[in-house]
Design a protein around this ligand. Structure first.
Ligand code: NAD
Length: 353
C-alpha cells in the first residue's frame, strides 16, 4: 500500500527516537512491499525558534495531507520560562484539538524479561495488560483559564459536556468488548460537578454494552489500586488530566516511561502516534533514549491508521525478542546488565523483524 506519514520530531530526544522509528517503518515497507512517504514538519520548541509559533501553519498543512502523524516529543528547559507568551506544549495541544483527536489510547503491559528488576514484586506484575483510554481534547487542559502573568491569582476550568464523555466512553466500551470485557471508569464524582456528569454519562452509555462489566473508581483510590492489583484491570477510561497522570504512573508496571506508546484517534482512521514520554532533556543527545515507546507507537500507526495488523505484530514481536535476548537501554538495565545505546537497540530490533 501507499501511505504518507507526517513526521514531527520535536525537541530533546524526540528527533533521536523518531529517526529510529522512520528507519523501522522504512524497513517494514521494504519487507512487506509498501510505499511510505515521510514528510517532516516542525513543532514545539524548535518551531518557536524557527517561526515564533509552536504549531506553524505549514506543519498543520503537512499533517492534513498525510494519512497519519508520527511525533517525538516537545519542550525543554530552553523554552520553560513560565512567563513566556508561548510554550512548546501548546503546539501539541493545538495539534490534538485541530484534528479532533478525542481518544488517546495508551496500552501498558509488563514484559516477563524485565520483571526481575521491576520496582514492584514479581507476583503483582503477572498478566498486566491494561489499555488506558484518555479523553484528549477537553477537560481542564482546554477549559477557560486565566493566562499566566505576574498576578497573584489564576485559574483553569474543568468542564465536560455529555457528548464529549459519550464519544470517549463509546471508544472505551468497544475496546473492552474486543478484550477481556471489563471497563473501569475513573473520576472524582464525590467532589467535582463535571465528574458527576462524567459518571452519569458512562452509566448511561453502559446500557448499550451490557456484556462489559463496569467498575467506577475515584481517582485517588485508582492511583493505589493500579499498584496493588494491576493485573485486575482491562480497559481504564478517564478524563484528560486524570488519564495523563494515571498512565504515567502505570509506566512503572512496564519498566520505564520510555516503553509506553500512544495513539490519539478520532472516528475515522486518521491518528497521531507518539510515545507517552516527554523530551527527556536530561538524557538528550547521548544515545541513551529507549526507543521502545516510539516503536510501539509506530506499530499502533500501522494497526489503526493503515490497517496493517501483521506488520504491527511483527514490530511488537521483534521488540519482545530483543528484550528476551537481554538487550536493554540504560533506563531498563538491571544491576549487572550492560546497557546498549538507542541505535544498538534499534539494530537488534531490525535484525529480528
Ligand atoms: P520526560 O518524560 O521527558 O522525562 C521523565 C524522566 O523519564 C526523565 O528522567 C527522562 O530521562 C526519562 N525518560 C523519558 N523518556 C525516556 C526514554 N525514551 N528513554 C529513557 N528515559 C526516558 O518528562 P519531564 O522531564 O517531566 O519533561 C521534560 C520536557 O518534556 C518538559 O518540557 C515537558 O513539558 C515535556 N513533555 C512533553 C511531552 C510530550 O511531548 N508529549 C510529554 C511530557 C512532557
Amino acid at each position: 500500500m501507499k501511505a504518507t506519514i507526517a513526521v514531527l520530531p520535536g525537541d530533546g530526544i524526540g528527533p533521536e527516537v523518531v529517526g529510529q522509528a522512520t528507519d523501522l517503518l522504512a524497513h517494514i515497507a521494504e519487507k512487506y512491499g509498501h510505499e511510505f512517504t515521510f514528510v517532516e514538519g516542525v513543532i514545539g520548541g524548535i518551531a518557536i525558534d524557527d517561526t515564533g509559533d509552536p504549531l506553524p501553519p505549514e506543519t498543520v498543512q503537512i499533517c492534513e495531507a498525510a494519512d497519519a502523524i508520527l511525533l517525538g516529543a516537545v519542550g525543554g528547559p530552553k523554552w520553560s520560562d513560565p512567563t513566556a507568551s508561548v510554550q512548546p506544549e501548546r503546539g501539541l495541544l493545538e495539534l490534538r484539538q485541530h484534528f479532533g483527536l478525542f481518544a488517546n489510547l495508551r496500552p501498558v503491559k509488563t514484559y516477563p524479561a524485565l520483571v526481575e528488576h521491576a520496582p514492584l514484586r514479581a507476583e503483582l506484575l503477572e498478566n498486566v495488560d491494561i489499555l488506558f483510554v484518555r479523553e484528549l481534547v477537553s477537560g481542564i487542559y482546554f477549559g477557560a483559564r486565566q493566562e499566566q502573568g505576574d498576578g497573584d491569582e489564576s485559574h483553569d476550568t474543568m468542564s465536560y459536556s455529555r457528548g464529549e464523555v459519550e464519544q470517549v466512553a463509546n471508544v472505551a466500551f468497544r475496546a473492552a468488548q474486543g478484550r477481556r470485557k471489563k471497563l473501569c471508569s475513573v473520576d472524582k464524582a464525590n467532589v467535582l460537578a463535571s465528574m458527576r456528569l462524567w459518571r452519569r454519562t458512562v452509566v448511561e452509555v453502559h446500557e448499550e454494552y451490557e456484556d462489559v462489566e463496569l467498575e467506577h473508581l475515584l481517582v485517588d483510590a485508582a492511583t493505589m489500586h493500579l499498584l496493588t492489583r494491576p493485573g485486575s484491570f482491562d480497559v481504564i477510561v478517564a478524563g484528560n488530566m486524570f488519564g495523563d497522570i494515571l498512565s504515567d504512573e502505570a509506566s512503572v508496571l512496564a519498566g520505564s516511561l520510555g516503553m509506553l506508546p500512544s495513539a490519539s484517534l478520532r472516528a475515522d482512521h486518521f491518528g497521531l502516534y507518539e510515545p507517552v514520554h516527554g523530551s527527556a532533556p536530561d538524557i538528550a543527545g547521548q544515545g541513551l533514549a529507549n526507543p521502545i515507546g516510539m516503536f510501539l507507537s509506530a506499530a499502533m500507526l500501522l494497526r489503526y491508521s493503515l490497517q496493517l495488523e501483521a506488520e504491527a505484530q511483527a514490530i511488537e514481536s521483534a521488540i519482545d525478542a530483543a528484550l528476551e535476548a537481554g538487550l536493554r537501554t540504560a533506563d531498563i538495565a538491571g544491576a549487572g546488565e550492560t546497557p546498549v545505546s538507542t541505535s544498538e537497540f534499534t539494530a537488534a530490533v531490525l535484525s529480528r523483524l
